[in-house]
Write a protein that binds this ligand. Structure first.
Ligand code: ADP
Ligand code: MG
Length: 478
């Protein structure tokens, strides 16, 4: 009697086997374990939430028919989902009732599933069924090849990127590793590659992820017991773009999982695109095995832009903003800022702000004054209080609240942006900055800066807030 569920399931499995292709059968049906049979309800155990959702999405009709064939009308299937609490070493099975989908979804919520990865970043685990086309690529459409100015400084990286974009997984550049200092265009270039791939082929699933977010997702998945979903999800991507892999340093667990994902994708001819602020050989505290993988394909660096490229970049940005400055103004700016394209843009934004504030043409004299100030700003003479006050006015969040312990979203955001500017524009140490925000420690400040950088790259509204604040800071310190 006790073996009856097995007998029934074995019969079901025979039918199923004839109806799905061998690979799917192996992947989705072999791991299923029959648990019990009560009345006409067969309970089967599946390894994860992801698994259950996949079955429900793709095989529900087949399962239903098969079961009815064995047990007659009114038969039911119940799932026992193993919740894999990685680290905790326990598994909490829970049950979902297949034919009553509503209940199923309620259950999921009660279990805190599916995963909510991080507060303000859109969850890419948009499972059910994981239709590849539905994956949000997290690409910023405004970063394209068209507006990525070519110069000596980026020729190799750009053309390798272009080749990869036209044939993802099909060139020797796998992985493609783009490295170079801050503000030299790494993020822009990898988004351009991703956008081009999507443009050419709508069927490819492309995902852009800053490594910091990857780390958080992994940590959350381990905590919430949906580590398998995390792994499965990443192993199904066709083109995986991981930005700023230097942040994986010292994160051994995350490196391990990334290694696994890397291998799986690479073996299956999927494309990996990585960026780093330094050459692979200079990455510290990254596992040798992973480092050697990074070196498999092509590493191409972005160098400081030469003068002509700087001028072209400024001209393009002016064109985009519908603004024109005299050539000597442009040359002057291009001469002053020579090692960071983000700062070059910042200088231009300040000029545009000045122009609109004074309602007059910007001439060379004004530019010189402004640039003196700009350089002064970046040589850090603004106070933290000033930044706090300005950000507090902008978001209508009091400075006291910023210093308090509250974790309300708007306040956290104002706090993080203030920390970010404090780090950028003052000489205060991380510890010191933390002191100004209610005695937080240095790691909180680092985290804030990373979060802000991350959001600038991925969230348009957020970026425009930061740009506007940059403008205001520059104007106010003029
Ligand atoms: P990184 O990721 O290397 O720190 P980003 O990709 O964020 O740098 O680039 C900083 C800014 O400079 C972005 O606004 C980007 O659009 C711009 N930029 C960088 N390189 C170029 C380029 N070759 N042409 C046009 N804009 C560029
Ligand atoms: Mg970047």
């Amino acid at each position: 009697m006790s073996e009856q569920h097995e007998t029934v399931w074995n019969k079901c499995i025979q039918t199923i086997k004839d109806n799905v292709n061998p690979q799917s059968f192996k992947t989705w049906f072999i791991p299923i374990k029959p648990m019990k049979l009560e009345e006409k309800v067969l309970t089967i155990q599946v390894p994860s939430q992801f698994f259950y959702e996949w079955l429900e999405e793709h095989y529900v009709a087949l399962l239903k028919k098969t079961l009815e064939k064995e047990l007659g009308a009114g038969s039911k299937l119940e799932y026992n989902v193993i919740v894999d609490n990685t680290g905790a070493g326990t598994s909490r099975p829970y049950t979902v009732n297949m034919p009553t989908r509503n209940v199923t979804h309620n259950n999921k919520n009660e279990m805190g599933m599916p995963i909510n990865l991080s507060n303000n970043i859109r969850n890419p685990f948009i499972i059910p069924g994981l239709k590849k086309l539905n994956i949000d690529s997290q690409l910023n459409p405004s970063y394209t090849f068209d507006n990525f100015i070519e110069g000596e400084c980026n020729r190799l990286a750009r053309s390798a990127g272009y080749a990869v974009a036209n044939k993802p997984g099909g060139t020797a550049f796998n992985p493609l590793m783009i490295f170079g200092g801050v503000g030299l265009g790494k993020t822009h270039l990898v988004h351009a590659i991703g956008n081009r791939i999507k443009e050419i082929s709508n069927t490819k699933s492309v995902l852009y992820v800053p490594s910091e977010r990857f780390i958080n997702q992994y940590v959350d998945s381990a905590k919430n017991g949906n580590y398998n979903d995390f792994l499965h999800f990443y192993q199904m991507i066709d083109v995986l773009i991981v930005d700023d892999v230097q942040f994986l340093a010292k994160k051994e667990k995350t490196q391990e999982i990334f290694f696994q994902i890397f291998n799986c994708l690479h073996q299956n001819g999927k494309q990996l695109i990585l960026t780093s602020d330094r050459a692979p050989k200079d990455l510290k505290d990254v596992d040798e095995r992973l480092l050697s993988r990074f070196k498999w394909g092509l590493s191409a660096d972005l160098q400081n832009p030469d003068f002509d490229t700087r001028v072209s970049i400024l001209e393009q940005k002016m064109y985009q903003d519908g603004i024109k400055f005299a050539p000597e103004v442009i040359e002057y700016v291009a001469n002053k800022v020579d090692n960071n394209i983000r700062e070059l843009e910042g200088a231009l934004i300040s000029l545009i702000a000045q122009a609109s504030l004074n309602r007059k043409e910007i001439d060379l004299d004004m530019t010189k004054k402004m640039m003196k100030n700009f350089v002064k700003n970046s040589s850090r003479e603004i106070s933290i209080e000033f930044i706090q006050k300005l950000v507090s006015d902008y978001f209508s969040v009091s400075v006291d609240l910023m210093k308090s312990k509250t974790r309300k979203r708007e306040i956290v955001q104002a706090r993080q942006i203030s920390m970010f500017f404090a780090k950028q524009l003052t000489q205060a140490s991380l510890k010191n900055i933390g002191m100004y925000f209610g005695g937080r420690d240095h790691s909180t400040v680092i985290h804030a800066c990373q979060t802000v950088n991350d959001l600038i790259d991925t969230d348009k509204k957020f970026k425009s807030d930061v740009d506007e604040l940059t403008k205001r800071i520059k104007i106010n310190t003029y």
